[in-house]
Design a protein around this ligand. Structure first.
Ligand code: GLC
Length: 495
C-alpha cells in the first residue's frame, strides 16, 4: 500500500503506516513523538520533491514510491538478513555465502617483512611491493595494469597468465626478478575457501565472466602461472577486498571488527565467533574469532527479498552481464547506480514526467554523486548539461534537472538504507561495547551524502550499539600485506 496526500509526500511502501506532516494519513491522528520530536518511522524518509509544479511533483513521487523504504520495511530486511546469516553459517540453504576466510586474528603492531600484493576486482589490476616494519608501512611501490574486455570475458587461463605477466613486468621494473617473496592475492569475488591460502571461485561478479574456472583453486592457478615464468614467489594468502579492508582498518583502530566495500560492488565481512562457523577444513580448537566474508551482494538471490524489488531493478538486472545474480549489489554498487538512475528517468519519460529517455549506459554512478552534489549546493545547470548529453541533446529545464536530482536522491537514500541494515545487523550480532567499521570504495569516498546517511540510519536501526565509520585506505594493498604477515605469524606459532 502507498498513499499520496495533500503535500505530495508519499511515504512507506509494502503495507506499512503512512505518515504525512506528522499525521497518520489514514486517520489524521498526530504521530509526532513527545516534545515535537520527529518519530522514528519518519526519520527514514527522504525530503519531498521541491518544485513549483505541484501536480508534477505529486505524479513523480507517486511513480517513484517503490524506491522509498520505511523503517518497518528496513527492520524486516534486517530480520531476513539475520536468518540468512544463521543459515549460511550453519551450511543450510542461504543466499549468503558466509565464507570462512581462515583469518583468526587482526594486526597487533608487530607485522614485519616485505611482500608482494596483487589486487584484482575492477577494471584495473594492481601489483604492489610493500615493506612493513614494526607494523608500519615504510615502502609501497605500485603499478596499475588495465584489464581489457577481452580478458575479462575470455578464458580463466588467459586472465591468470596475463596477471603473471604483469607480476613479471613489475618485478623487472623493480629489479627484483630473482627475489624470493611472499604474496597476498586480493581476489574480490565470492570464493569457497579451503584455507587462508586456497579457494575456489563460486561465481564471477561485477564485469568479469571468464570461462573454465569451475572448481579451480584461484591461488593454485596463480601459483602455477608464476612458477611457469620462473618466479620465486609463494602465494601466502588469498583474501577478499572486504577482508583486506577490515585488516587495514584494524591496523588504524583496534576497535575495527567489520570491513565494508562500497565501490563498484558491495560486500562486508566481520569477526565472528569461531564456534558459530560450521565450515572448517582444518583444526580450529584454539581459534576464538574468525573473519567471515558475508558476500551480501547476493543477499536475496533466493527470492527472500522479492518485496524490495522494483520495476527499475528488474530493468537493471535484465540488462546486466550476470542477470538474476548479485541482485542486492545492484541496489548499492557503483557499477549499477547510474544504470538505475537511467532506468528511473526512462520510466518517468514514458509517463510524460521527464522530457526524454536517457540513452542506456550514458549515466554512471559518478553522475548520481554529481547530481547529489548539485542538489546539496542548490545548483542545477551542471545536472542539466549532463542530462542533455545523456538524452541526445534534448532540452532540459531547471525543473527537469530538479526531478533528476530527486531521483538520484531516492536511489542514494535507498542504497544507504540497505547497506545500513546490513551493518546494523552485524553490530547487534557482535554486541560489542563499541565497534568501528572500516569502509572503502569509490562510492563511499565520492558520494557527498552517503556517509552522513549511513551514520544516521545505522544509529536508527541499532540504537543501543555504539559505532564509528572509519574510512579505510587501501585494504587490497596494505591489508593484503598485513594479512600475509599475520598468516606467517600464526604459522610460526603453530610450528
Ligand atoms: C562483489 C564480490 C565481492 C567483493 C565486492 C566488492 O560483490 O563478489 O567478493 O567483495 O564485489 O568488491
Amino acid at each position: 500500500m502507498s498513499l499520496v496526500v495533500e503535500n505530495g509526500h508519499k511515504e512507506c511502501v509494502n503495507g506499512h503506516k503512512v505518515y504525512v506532516n506528522g499525521k497518520n494519513a489514514t486517520n489524521g491522528s498526530h504521530v509526532n513523538g513527545v516534545n515535537g520530536e520527529v518519530p522514528w518511522e519518519k526519520q527514514f524518509l527522504p525530503p519531498a520533491l521541491d518544485i513549483d509544479d505541484r501536480a508534477r511533483a505529486l505524479a513523480v513521487e507517486s511513480r517513484l514510491s517503490s524506491l522509498v523504504l520505511c523503517g518497518a520495511t528496513l527492520q524486516k530486511v534486517g530480520e531476513v538478513f539475520t536468518r540468512e546469516i544463521e543459515n549460511g553459517l550453519s551450511k543450510r540453504p542461504s543466499s549468503l555465502q558466509m565464507e570462512n576466510t581462515y583469518i583468526p586474528e587482526l594486526p597487533d603492531g608487530t607485522e614485519e617483512g616485505v611482500f608482494l600484493a596483487l589486487d584484482l576486482g575492477g577494471t584495473n589490476f594492481r601489483v604492489l611491493f610493500l615493506e612493513l616494519r614494526g607494523g608500519q608501512l615504510v615502502r609501497e611501490d605500485v603499478k596499475h595494469y588495465h584489464i581489457s574486455d577481452a580478458l575479462r570475458l575470455g578464458t580463466g587461463e588467459e586472465l591468470f597468465n596475463f596477471l603473471a605477466d604483469c607480476v613479471l613486468d613489475f618485478l623487472r621494473s623493480e629489479d627484483m626478478v630473482d627475489r624470493e617473496l611472499s604474496l597476498g592475492f586480493t581476489f574480490s569475488f565470492p570464493m569457497k575457501q579451503h584455507s587462508i591460502s586456497s579457494g575456489e571461485l563460486i561465481t564471477w561478479t561485477k564485469s568479469f565472466k571468464c570461462s573454465g574456472m569451475d572448481g579451480v583453486d584461484v591461488a593454485a592457478l596463480l601459483q602455477r602461472c608464476l612458477w611457469d615464468r620462473g618466479l620465486k614467489i609463494t602465494v601466502q594468502v588469498l583474501l577478499n577486498d572486504t577482508t583486506g579492508t577490515l585488516v587495514a582498518g584494524a591496523h588504524m583502530d583496534p576497535d575495527v571488527a567489520v570491513g565494508v566495500i562500497l565501490g563498484t560492488g558491495s560486500n562486508g565481512c566481520y569477526m565472528e565467533r569461531a564456534d558459530r562457523v560450521k565450515h572448517w577444513e582444518s583444526a580450529h580448537e584454539k581459534v576464538h574469532d574468525v573473519c567471515v566474508d558475508i558476500e551480501w551482494g547476493a543477499f536475496g538471490d533466493n527470492g527472500c527479498l522479492s518485496f524490495l524489488r522494483t520495476e527499475f531493478d528488474n530493468e537493471v538486472d535484465g540488462s546486466s552481464l550476470l542477470a538474476a545474480s548479485f541482485t542486492f549489489e545492484k541496489y548499492i554498487g557503483g557499477k549499477y547506480l547510474g544504470e538505475l538512475l537511467c532506468a528511473v528517468l526512462r520510466g518517468l519519460a514514458k509517463d510524460g514526467l521527464f522530457p526524454a529517455e536517457p540513452i542506456k549506459g550514458e549515466l554512471l554512478s559518478v553522475h548520481v554523486s554529481m547530481f547529489e552534489e548539485d542538489n546539496v549546493s542548490g545548483e542545477w545547470q551542471r545536472t542539466a548539461d549532463v542530462l542533455c548529453a545523456a538524452c541526445a541533446g534534448a532540452k532540459i529545464s531547471r525543473t527537469d534537472a530538479l526531478v533528476a536530482q530527486h531521483a538520484a536522491r531516492l536511489i542514494s537514500n535507498r542504497a544507504a538504507q540497505l547497506v545500513s541494515v546490513c551493518i546494523a545487523t552485524i553490530l547487534k550480532r557482535m554486541d560489542r561495547a563499541h565497534a568501528s567499521v572500516a569502509v572503502d570504495g569509490s562510492v563511499f569516498k565520492k558520494h557527498p551524502r552517503l556517509r552522513h546517511l549511513m551514520d544516521k540510519y545505522i544509529a536508527l536501526l541499532a540504537p543501543h550499539h555504539k559505532f564509528t565509520l572509519l574510512a579505510a585506505e587501501d585494504g587490497s594493498g596494505k591489508g593484503s600485506a598485513l594479512t600475509a604477515a599475520i598468516a606467517a605469524r600464526v604459522a610460526a606459532r603453530k610450528s
